[in-house]
Design a protein around this ligand. Structure first.
Ligand code: B12
Length: 229
């Protein structure tokens, strides 16, 4: 029996992820960073996976990042990286090519970019939309999900993009310590956010540019139907 999309879905359901979806790299209209752009042609399909953050840990994020959140952030990144490697290995064992990208690695420090935007791939894979907080908002889990991407040449169908938008929700607006969040997601103040995160990193002795306040505030709708394929 050939390893097709249906069998891939069954395999993905056995893994410890909360969300997954498929996209076509034809629709990814940005350049990849620090890697040959031709990979989009040789590996034209994308699998986006997401792991939700612990509600218990997020509840401790009051006025900014703490060491517990930092540890959890690293653990979830490690889980995503390990699961993405497992998926790529499975695809290669089944005779396809695949490439797993790191969950959280900066390859261009000046432009603050990773190889590929996981938010963009996840939104193309139907897992959510870019919210007022500049994060990917999933209908069910809000922004409390971290993502990564696997590219492959195994033919996959595109999921429908769910660009529902934040509607009247402004939960993240007033809590942002830098005032970077505005009504229109396009007006998000990237520099203001970055400066505040850098200040918190230095003051709180946290080894990473993290914050967590707008992540904690964006909780999604627990009643909504499960997204992903
Ligand atoms: C570098 C980086 C940062 C930099 C900022 C860089 C930047 N310019 O965005 C800093 C250190 C400031 C940062 C901060 C944070 N980050 Co960060 N970061 C990254 C990283 C490693 C690379 C991002 C990148 O390449 N950006 C380049 C720009 C061009 O791409 P982008 O921001 O991803 O997306 C833009 C465009 O692509 C476009 N877009 C996005 N989707 C779509 C869809 C369509 C259809 C279209 C047309 C356009 C479009 O609009 C976006 C906004 O401008 C990613 C991991 C990754 N490889 O994706 C994590 C990542 C974006 N970070 C993440 C998080 C959670 C955070 C923080 C909350 C920190 C924390 N963990 O506590 C804050 C968020 C602050 C905020 N509200 O935005 C998560 C987001 C998860 C989510 N649910 O959205 C990611 C995806 C990591 C992960 N593995 O999950 N981050």
């Amino acid at each position: 029996m050939p390893f097709d999309e249906e069998r891939l879905k069954i395999f993905l359901q056995t893994l410890d992820v909360d969300l997954f979806g498929f996209a076509c790299m034809d629709d990814y209209d940005s350049k990849l960073v620090g890697i040959e752009n031709e990979i989009k042609l040789s590996l034209p399909y994308a699998i986006s996976i997401g792991i939700r953050l612990s509600k218990g840990v997020l509840a401790t994020v009051k006025d900014g990042p703490n060491l517990l959140y930092y540890h959890h952030y690293r653990q979830v990144n490690m889980s995503l990286d390990s699961i993405a490697t497992k998926i790529a290995r499975k695809l290669e064992q089944e005779g396809f090519m695949a490439c797993a990208f790191p969950a959280s690695q900066i390859v261009d420090w000046k432009k603050q970019c990773g190889h590929i935007s996981h938010k963009k791939v996840a939104s193309l894979a139907g897992l959510g939309w870019i919210g007022r907080n500049n994060l990917l908002v999933n209908e069910r889990y809000g922004s409390q999900v971290r993502y990564t991407t696997i590219l492959t040449n195994m033919p996959l169908s595109r999921n429908t993009v769910k660009n529902f938008g934040c509607k009247e929700c402004t939960a993240c607006l007033s809590v942002c310590p830098s005032g970077a969040i505005r009504m229109d997601p396009k007006d998000f103040d990237h520099i203001g956010c970055y400066n505040k995160i850098t200040e918190m990193k230095n003051k709180r002795n946290i080894g990473q540019h993290i914050c967590g306040i707008c992540v904690e505030a964006c909780r999604g709708e627990p009643q909504s139907t499960l997204t992903g394929t």
